[in-house]
Design a protein around this ligand. Structure first.
Ligand code: SIN
Ligand code: CO
Length: 374
């Protein structure tokens, strides 16, 4: 029998993927029963004030929205008077182990699709206004209550000149109040508006879909370091031409032949995509250990306790290749299942037996701050 998940309101993963994923919204009451949230408002505001936080403050006064980006100081979150406000912090899974654990509930969706966990806090009335995202998102309610209004309307025109993307003519089709543990799945481009009913925290588990334009441009960047094109322009049979400024058809034919030598195969596509999807966002930096232990000590720890991925690491795999934080590595075939397990679970239990090559690679990743002994 297929597993019915509380998280999906009693649907199996297969039913959810078939009927809802990328297709239509789904409200799930008590998706995570007794979910109390992972941090309180004060902790979220403190996180918003940390150096590398990706945080936004949205205020709303007389129907007009205002937007500010991090860096913030604690004093920024006071003195709003009658204005409604909300703080949103991206990438909370890069800071909190509990957040990374929460994301594991969603690993029925490939890791390469996951963007991050965003957490918002708003006192009564706060929100970011009616909008749509190009993301699939699970909106999981933590503390407090949020009223969600949604619309599948085709009209996606936005208010001009607003600092946020606000739908000009939002026509509410359905509306619910969510409480702790309730969850709403929205496919990309589904209009939504979340209004805090009281002190409200919402956990958004977002899944990215790169635009083809972005993929193609980045693939060309990847390719430029790898292409090998033989020969150089030659014209031993050059003929006279009436206009010296004219680029002749013969000239262009030669250029075309040269460019046609640019080739790629499936391995290039896989390599590019693995590196690209595991590439850290520009604001992410890894903390290499200040005083790294020796390889011998590291190997002992590996044997006894295993290793864990750093919260900021993204590790993917495909057909014998491992991709970690934008780098590709091809392990010996007997090590591949071990690294795939590390990528799946974000940790690897005590490792009794592995090749020297793997031990050394893991040690290098430890020194880069990508993994650490468990
Ligand atoms: C929020 O948590 O307030 C906003 C989430 C969203 O609308 O995407
Ligand atoms: Co949204």
């Amino acid at each position: 029998m297929k597993n019915q998940l509380t998280l999906l309101g009693g649907l199996t993963v297969q039913e959810f993927l078939r009927d809802y994923w990328q297709k239509k919204p789904l409200l799930i009451r008590q998706a995570i029963p007794a979910f109390e949230g992972l941090l309180d408002p004060q902790q979220l505001l403190a996180l918003a004030c940390t150096e590398d936080a990706q945080a936004r403050l949205v205020t709303q006064s007389r129907g007009k929205f205002d937007l500010r980006h991090a860096p913030f100081e604690p004093g920024d979150f006071a003195g709003f008077g009658k204005a409604k406000w909300t703080v949103l912090v991206q990438g909370v899974n890069h800071h909190l182990p509990e957040a990374a654990a929460l994301l594991k509930h969603f690993s029925f969706i490939p890791h390469a699709r996951l963007d991050d966990l965003m957490v918002s806090y708003a006192p009564k009335g706060g929100g970011v206004g009616p909008h749509f995202d190009s993301y699939d998102v699970f909106l999981l309610q933590g503390a407090g209550h949020r009223r969600w209004q949604i619309s599948t309307q085709a009209d996606r025109s936005l208010v001009e000149g607003a600092p946020l993307r606000i739908l000009k003519d939002f026509r509410v089709e359905q509306e619910w109040v969510l409480e702790a543990g309730d969850m709403l799945y929205l496919p990309p481009h589904c209009g939504h508006n979340g209004i805090a009913e009281d002190d409200c925290m919402t956990y958004s588990i977002g899944f990215r879909t790169p635009a083809y334009q972005e993929l193609a441009e980045q693939f060309l960047v990847y390719l430029q370091d790898r292409i090998e094109v033989e020969g150089m322009y030659a014209d031993p049979d050059l003929e006279t031409q009436k206009h010296p400024s004219e680029i002749s058809a013969a000239m262009l034919r030669q250029v075309e032949q040269a460019i046609k030598q640019v080739r790629w195969d499936r391995e290039d596509i896989a390599n590019f995509y693995g590196c690209y999807m595991s590439e850290p966002k520009p604001h992410i930096f890894f903390d290499a250990p200040e005083r790294p232990v020796s390889l011998a000590k590291f190997s002992q720890a590996l044997q006894k306790r295993g290793v864990q991925l750093d919260l900021k690491s993204q590790m993917l795999c495909h057909a014998g290749w491992i991709f970690i934080n934008g780098e590709a590595f091809r392990p010996e075939s007997r090590d591949y299942p071990l690294l795939r397990a590390l990528a799946d679970e974000r940790n690897l239990p005590a490792l009794a037996d592995c090749t020297d090559e793997l031990r050394e690679q893991l040690y290098q990743w430890y020194r880069d701050g990508y993994i650490y002994p468990a």
